[in-house]
Design a protein around this ligand. Structure first.
Ligand code: 5FU
Length: 252
């Protein structure tokens, strides 16, 4: 028996965090629940991808430490301009996994200065509740379950991880391949329309599957978009698939 999910409007009414609100407002305004993962390795590729997919996404997910020619002025400033121009948020998929003091340094210092530009970041919760205190000025998406084959995010791990995530005021949501409580926004990577895996442990589902069975809120698509011959068209396809899957998961 499938139960219905809450709409983005309903979640917006209930949301406490400014970043959750912004994500949900953007989703409704753009009729999109798509986050593009920009796993490219140069500033030029990053900015070109952002320019092409920007109008169709609610957030661009980065792994900023894979950009080989990273330069705050040349990489981040124009990226922020594109984010403003096309109204998407910046999600840094840093997956912090250390003690609070170290995470704070990794978040604020080094060359990337993530605190200065990211709207929200991913973090493991393995360091415990207080390790998340440093992310005061952003939203945190907690890693609850991973998409890769053989992940150690078992049932009991996820249960404990959810307790931390649900109780911490900086946490806006979770990354998971399982349904999570509605108080958290659910972000689901491992989404691809063409492939079921990548030969390196990644496991894929369709947008339809993750909305129907997990009641996810946002899909995260990497290679399905940036490796496509026409990334803009691919973004439009995933955007429409995701939005229709969301609408279908509301009815019943
Ligand atoms: F937390 C996770 C996870 O469980 N699975 C993931 O795939 C994060 N990811 C990220 O989503 C991963 O680091 C990539 O940046 C992205 C998926 O990319 P793909 O090309 O669509 O497989």
């Amino acid at each position: 028996e499938e139960k219905t999910r809450s709409s983005y409007e309903k979640k917006l009414e209930c949301s406490q965090h400014s970043v959750s609100k912004k994500l949900l407002e953007t989703a409704l305004a753009k009729q999109s629940n798509l986050i593009a993962s920009a796993d490219v390795t140069t500033t030029q590729e990053l900015l070109e991808l952002a320019e092409k997919v920007g109008p169709h996404i609610i957030a661009l997910k980065t792994h900023i430490d894979i950009i080989s020619d990273f330069d705050y002025e040349k990489t981040i400033i124009p990226l922020k301009q594109l984010a403003t121009k096309y109204q998407f948020l910046l999600m840094e998929d840093r997956k912090f996994a250390d003690i609070g003091n170290t995470q704070e340094l990794q978040f604020t210092s080094g060359v990337f200065k993530i605190t200065d530009w990211a709207d929200f970041v991913t973090s493991q919760v393995i360091g415990g509740f207080e390790s998340l205190d440093c992310f005061k000025n952003v939203g945190v998406v907690a890693i609850i379950g991973m998409s890769s084959k053989g992940t150690l995010t078992t049932n009991s791990y996820r249960e404990e991880a959810l307790k931390v995530a649900l109780s911490h005021p900086n946490v806006i949501g979770g990354v998971s391949q399982n349904e999570i409580p509605e108080d958290l926004l659910l972000f689901t990577p491992g989404v691809n329309l063409a492939d079921s895996g990548d030969g390196k442990g990644q496991q894929y589902n369709t947008p339809d599957h993750v909305f129907k069975t997990l009641h996810t809120d946002f899909i995260i698509v990497g290679r399905g978009i940036y490796k496509s011959e026409n990334p803009e068209q691919a973004a439009i396809t995933y955007k429409n698939e995701g939005w229709n899957a969301y609408l279908n998961s509301l009815e019943k």
